[in-house]
Design a protein around this ligand. Structure first.
Ligand SMILES: Cc1ncc(C[n+]2csc(CCOP(=O)(O)OP(=O)(O)O)c2C)c(N)n1
Ligand SMILES: [Mg+2]
Length: 647
């Protein structure tokens, strides 16, 4: 057995032992993909285990996150800060080796994976970020590849098809995926549900496709060389492997996928593999092999660091540009100017903000799922990001919401670029998997969702959001901002750009709203008083703030003093101290929420005795003014309901 084979068996043994000890996990894929990992990491992947976050490192994505033990094993063997104890604590509380990889670049884990297809599409975002930075700073400073391992599940998921189609269209030549083509899925043979010409499909997307025996290490190396040689197309290397490689009774069977082999089968497998060591043992030769193999890449990383330092010291403009990309400082955004008393849709104000800050934030890129003109996401001073022109800052995602979600996450976790993605708020459902994963891994993605209520009008209930704001608020670590006017839109962008550890979603109106005052408002505090009053508090968001203000005037005419609170961001409000919260909401004053969406969740703010004015049904196709009347959102109707409720 040569050292490369011994290295692959070490991955297999560590994976089997960890899964056995945890009494849960997925041994089959790490056993099948061990040879792929040895070749990629020992010969190609430009990483430095002692400096895991150097900016020009190759990015690696394990899209089939259930094969996490493969990643933890190879990270340990190559010297990343994952110890044997960590591997013994696989899947245990507080360990850096959870069931599925959770993003931590300092450990060499670039993105969180587990929901199949997400990693595939996230990697496409990383490759886009690289292409942008390569164009901006030149190959001397940024020139790296994005590698990924993907499985049958990844290949079948729709998000991967969307992402692959866009990656082919954009000619992302430095994107290389190795496909674990093992003919087995969770429940049984792949043929039960899938029988297509996978590489034919990818060829049609514009990918280079290659086939190789996934256990033939020299052949794998040749295939990766061929993938690297094609600069114009992403590559899919289909690697024929055996799931559960080496297990006498479980190899090539779904029973190797997701449960421990069992003590007896572990012993038989080790015997078959010629593995004669104690559990969790790593032969010294294997450590030495990887240390030696990665030596040149550690060298490259430190040379790159020296070169960067020299260049930044010699060229002030370059240093400034580099810092704008890699260490963006908190931004403060001026309120866009409008004539007093004018009306503007918050989506249009958002577009104005994007264009106002674009020069100062060269790291900002983004686009929309074919709705740029509706979402107002276009950076007008820039062209499109295309296969032939990487300078463009506008990404045409096409009608591919789910892939857009993961790609924007990928750009944002890559570092050096900040990305936003837009669509109608209703279609946030199509990308919810990516929004959730971005929130889980702390990706600072920005979601520009427009046409945010029944007030989009005639397109009707298929396009009208009613439950979406509440559904987004339900995602932990996602901030949802529903601004009411120009100052709040500026504040919304400020909040989003200044967040570094999680995503922000905007809920923006299609229809014109009063633009409000020119001064800044505290969106970062989540809520504030816009009109004082003592008998009742109307807490409103977005388009309903103007309605609440008008309703308050009517109430005043009836002798009731109504306070109006604008609450653009509930998540920001929740983390304020009690003193601030009660200064905004008052103590002992009855509370009413006003939002053109479901009332779900408002009890947290208005209390069990409060009145929630909302819409707990689907909307309808009609002009917006008619819908306001029919669904009770005119100021007169709101005032009447509040009066009646107050008694
Ligand atoms: C979106 C999503 N759906 C379902 C699952 C549950 N699941 C985990 S692995 C898997 C399929 C396994 O097949 P494959 O990707 O070929 O992995 P292998 O068994 O070959 O390791 C499924 C359905 C998931 N992780 N993500
Ligand atoms: Mg499979």
């Amino acid at each position: 057995m040569n050292i490369e084979q011994l290295a692959a068996n070490t991955i297999r043994a560590l994976s089997i032992d960890a899964v056995q000890k945890a009494n849960s996990g997925h041994p089959g894929a790490p056993m099948g993909m061990a040879d792929m990992a040895v070749v990629l990491w020992s010969k190609f992947l430009r990483v430095d285990p002692k400096n895991p976050t150097w900016e020009n490192r190759d990015r690696f994505v394990l899209s089939n996150g259930h094969a996490s033990m493969l990643l933890y094993s190879i990270l340990h063997l190559t010297g990343f800060p994952i110890s044997i104890e960590d591997i013994e604590n696989f899947r245990q509380w507080g360990s850096p080796t959870p069931g599925h990889p959770e993003r931590d670049p300092s450990l060499g884990i670039e993105t969180t994976t587990g929901p199949l297809g997400q990693g595939f599409a996230t990697g496409v975002g990383m490759a886009i970020a690289e292409a942008k930075l390569n164009e901006r700073f030149g190959s001397d400073l940024v020139d790296h590849r994005t590698f990924g391992f993907v499985s049958d599940g990844d290949i079948m998921e729709g998000i991967a098809s969307e992402a692959a189609s866009l990656a082919g269209h954009l000619g992302l030549g430095k994107l290389i995926y190795l496909y674990d083509d093992n003919d087995i899925t969770l429940v049984g043979p792949k043929s039960w549900s899938y029988n297509e010409d996978t590489t034919g499909r990818f060829a049609a997307y514009g990918w280079q496709t290659l086939h190789v025996d996934g256990h033939d290490q020299p052949a794998l190396a040749e295939a990766i060389e061929a993938a690297l040689a094609d600069k114009d197309r992403p590559s899919l290397i289909s690697c024929k492997t055996h799931i559960g490689f080496g297990s006498p009774h479980k190899q090539d069977s779904a029973s190797a996928h997701g449960s421990p082999l069992g003590e007896e089968e572990v012993a038989l497998t080790k015997e078959r593999l010629g593995w004669e060591y104690e559990p969790f043992h790593v032969p010294a030769d294997v450590y030495e092999f990887f240390t030696g193999a990665l030596d040149d890449r550690r060298q490259e990383a430190s040379e790159w660091e020296r070169n960067l330092e020299m260049k930044l010291a010699a060229d002030k403009n370059l240093a400034k540009a580099w810092h704008k990309h890699f260490n963006a400082t908190p931004i403060s955004i001026a309120v866009p100017e409008y004539d007093e008393g004018a009306k503007a849709a918050t989506r249009a104000i958002s577009g104005a903000v994007i264009n106002a800050i674009a020069d100062d934030r060269p790291d900002l890129v983004g686009g929309s799922a074919d709705l740029a003109s509706s979402n107002n996401t276009l950076i007008k001073s820039s062209g499109d990001f295309t296969a032939n022109d990487r300078s463009g800052r506008n990404i045409r995602f096409g009608i591919r919401e789910h892939a857009m979600g993961a790609i924007v996450n990928g750009i944002n976790v890559h570092g050096g670029m900040r990305a936003f993605g837009g669509t109608f708020l209703t279609f946030s459902d199509y990308m919810r998997g990516a929004i959730r994963l971005g929130a889980l891994m702390g990706a600072p993605s920005i979601w520009v969702f427009t046409h945010d209520s029944i007030f989009l009008g005639e397109d009707g209930p298929t396009h009208q959001s009613v439950e979406h704001v509440a559904a987004l608020r339900a995602i932990p670590n996602l901030w949802v901002v529903r601004p009411a006017n120009a100052a709040e839109v500026a504040g919304a962008w400020e909040v989003a750009l200044n967040r570094v550890d999680g995503p922000t979603a905007f809920s923006l109106s299609r229809q014109g709203l009063p633009v409000g005052g020119a001064g800044p408002v505290p969106v970062d505090k989540g809520a504030y008083v816009v009109r004082d009053g003592s008998d009742v508090v109307l807490v409103a968001t977005g388009s309903e703030v103007a309605t609440a203000l008008d309703a308050a005037d009517i109430l005043e005419g009836n002798g009731k003093s109504a306070r109006v609170v604008s609450m653009p961001c509930r998540e920001a409000f929740e983390i304020q101290d009690d003193a601030y919260k009660s200064s905004v909401l008052g103590d002992g004053i009855p509370r009413v929420s006003v939002e053109a969406g479901i009332t779900f969740g408002w009890g947290d703010i208005i209390g069990s005795g409060g009145l929630a004015i909302g819409l707990d049904r689907f909307g309808a196709s009609a002009p917006a003014s008619v819908l306001a009347e029919k669904f009770g959102f005119t100021p007169e109707q709101v005032a009447a309901r509040v009066s009646e409720w107050l008694g």
